[in-house]
Every structure is written in structure tokens, then in C-alpha cells.
Design a protein around this ligand. Sequence first.
Ligand SMILES: [Zn+2]
Length: 161
Amino acid sequence: MEQSPPKFLCDEMLQRLGRWLRAAGYDTRIAAEGESDYELLQHALREERLLITRDRGLIEHRRAPGTVILLRADNLEACAEELSRQVAIEWQFSPFTRCMVCNAALQEARPKQLSVLPLAKREFIDAAYFCPSCQQIFWEGSHVRRMRTHLQEWHERFSHH
Ligand SMILES: [Zn+2]
């Protein structure tokens, strides 16, 4: 049986990493401001998420093994690398299928949803995605292309082949 992909919960310090996991297509929650260690751990256990943190205190909890992933690195690239060593992350798992803002599954945008964008912009959009939860629109422009390139790079450097 194929294993279901890991789900994540990133602590507040690792918001950027969390957004990149979403970009790669992983179901990733980002901790709300002020959530305590205990709440985070409960949350992760309840939803079967791996809790990614830089907080050493969390790893010492008796329920941490198998759930808490401690990162020591302090910049984004190094965190991605360190995480990839501990969990089999496919950075090309399913790019741009999740909302970077709220984590909901994206849909292909319909013309009506694109009507909020300026016409000049719409003409150059090949594909666009719509978030049914927060109404955000993402489209294949230079920003998304840059992110795709970045994911490809991480995939080559860090993913387990
Ligand atoms: Zn959203």
C-alpha cells in the first residue's frame, strides 16, 4: 500500500519554510501566534502532522518521538536541507495545488474569478488557480515560475531519489 504523504505543522518561527512546503503541495499548517508548545504538540498529534520546530524544549516531551522534527539551521535553505534529511520530502510533490496563504486545496480558476484582475494582466496568463477558502488567485507569472525553478533546485539537491 502506498504511504500517504506527510502532513506538517510549522511553528511560528518557520513560517517561510511552511509556505514552501505548501508550494510543493504538502498539507501544512502554520502555528497561530502565541500557541504554546503543549497546544502545538496536541494539535500535531490530533491531526497526525509532523511538528517542525526550532524549539528544543518540544523534543524532550515524552510524546515527541515520531511527531516532533527539530531543526537547528537558521536560514531557509539550510532548514529545507535539514528537514529533507529527516523526512522524505519530494520538493516536486505536487507544486501549486495548495493555497500559500491558507493551505486550502486550489482549483483551476474560471474566467469569472479572473475578472478581478486587470485586463492587460489577464491576457498573459496561461493558467491560474483559485482558492475557494480565501479567494486568493495565483497565476503562472514570473513569481510562480521563479518558485517552480526554486522547487526544482531543491528537488535536485535535497529530495531522496
Ligand atoms: Zn487560501
